[in-house]
Design a protein around this ligand. Structure first.
Ligand code: IPM
Ligand code: MN
Length: 370
């Protein structure tokens, strides 16, 4: 299989982790006889510094003709405390989502048993949790009309949803639930917000097409509480852009650490794959960032965009085996892990690569012996 992949390392630890993700893609290509062609492009603060634009046209035109995107992160502390800056790194990411029609953001929250101790939540509550978030990504308050009035003393962001936006992602969520535990929890704030009442009404209608899937509705405040009170009660969670942004950061604790969470943003054509941890400038350049979310994003790419199930499984298996062997980056190391097993970003990527090579070789030998 020949595929063209655009790498968008972006800002902060984005570069460090994307390097490791690419390493895994190259190994998969070699072992399974695929050809992955890579191109790099600029986004975020880095793009602003070079061109004045957070998503230059040159980047966008590369994205439009590729098969999949591996994205790192955008963001820079310079912008965080200066709201007056008009051109901001995050705009590049939002524009890319909109322009490429990436309306569904899938965030799988799966806890590796080895990381039970890394979360701040009690292991007996966490064990066995497996949640798949469907966060709507191109609507809501993120893209509604925004502005200032009364000489800047009043600000507004319109929370807006159109029925078709809810329908298309709801279908995806119900279909995914059919392949899992057959439950969809739709999260909104329908006791207060009109856009949430449209959301709920639409999800109920779509749900009628999937009688084998149980549909539950929760208000976002209750969902936030239940997520750490009883994470095992969730299967597929379907929610809007803003609620999904907040809930998935919270849910990262169910997966042990933000450093473990991968995501896929899809629409009707191309897919974008990214770790959800962001640019993390506090640890940028220190070589200690966890590359596993980027590597797990690669597994999602292989599975969702390329339909390469076995290759995706192999990556997952290699990550699992690396954790089983006791290797950790600092963010997922608990007090039982000895210093010698706490790895740098590069070393962690190399460990996963070693495991991957071993898995493939073991498979080859067993095929020969059969
Ligand atoms: C995310 C991020 C982005 C978002 C930011 C960087 C704009 O937090 O992907 O969750 O809010 O969607
Ligand atoms: Mn976020």
């Amino acid at each position: 299989m020949k595929r063209k992949i655009v790498l968008l390392p972006g800002d902060g630890i984005g570069k460090e982790v994307t390097t490791e993700g690419k390493k895994i893609l190259l190994a998969i290509a070699e072992h399974f006889n695929h050809e992955f062609v890579f191109e790099e492009a600029l986004i975020g603060h880095e793009a602003i510094a070079a061109t004045g634009n957070s998503l230059p046209d040159e980047t966008l035109s590369k994205l439009r003709v590729c098969d999949a995107i591996l994205f790192g992160a955008v963001g820079h502390p310079k912008y965080d405390n200066d709201p007056s800056l008009k051109v901001r790194p995050e705009q590049g990411l939002l524009k890319m989502r909109k322009e490429l029609g990436l309306y569904a953001n899938l965030r799988p929250i799966k806890l590796f048993d080895e990381l039970l101790g890394a979360s701040s939540i009690k292991p007996e509550i966490l064990k066995g949790s497996d949640i798949l978030f469907f966060r709507e990504l191109t609507g809501d308050v993120y893209f509604g009309e925004k502005g200032r009035k009364e000489n800047g003393a009043t600000a507004f962001d319109l929370m807006i949803y159109h029925r078709f936006e809810v329908e298309r992602i709801a279908h995806k969520a119900f279909k995914a639930a059919q392949t899992r535990k057959k439950k969809v929890t739709s999260v909104d704030k329908a006791n207060v917000l009109e856009s949430s009442r449209l959301w709920r009404e639409t999800v109920q209608q779509v749900g009628k097409h999937y009688p084998d899937v149980e549909l539950e509705h929760l208000f976002v405040d209750t969902a936030a509480m239940k997520l750490i009170h009883n994470p095992r009660s969730f299967d597929v969670v379907l929610t809007g852009n803003l609620f999904g942004d907040i809930l998935t950061d919270e849910a990262s604790q169910v997966a042990g650490s933000m450093g473990m969470l991968a995501s896929a943003s899809i629409g009707d054509t191309i897919g974008l794959y990214e770790p959800i941890h962001g640019s993390a400038h506090d640890i940028t350049g220190k070589g200690i960032a966890n590359p596993l979310a980027s590597i797990l994003s690669v597994a999602l790419m292989l599975d969702i965009s390329f339909g390469l199930k076995q290759e995706a499984e192999t990556v997952l298996h290699a990550v699992e085996q690396t954790l089983k062997n006791g290797f950790r980056t600092a963010d997922i190391a608990d007090s039982t892990i000895s210093k010698s097993k706490i790895l740098s970003t590069h070393q962690m990527g190399d460990q996963v690569l070693d495991q991957l090579n071993q898995i493939v070789i073991t498979q080859l030998i067993s095929n020969v012996n059969q």
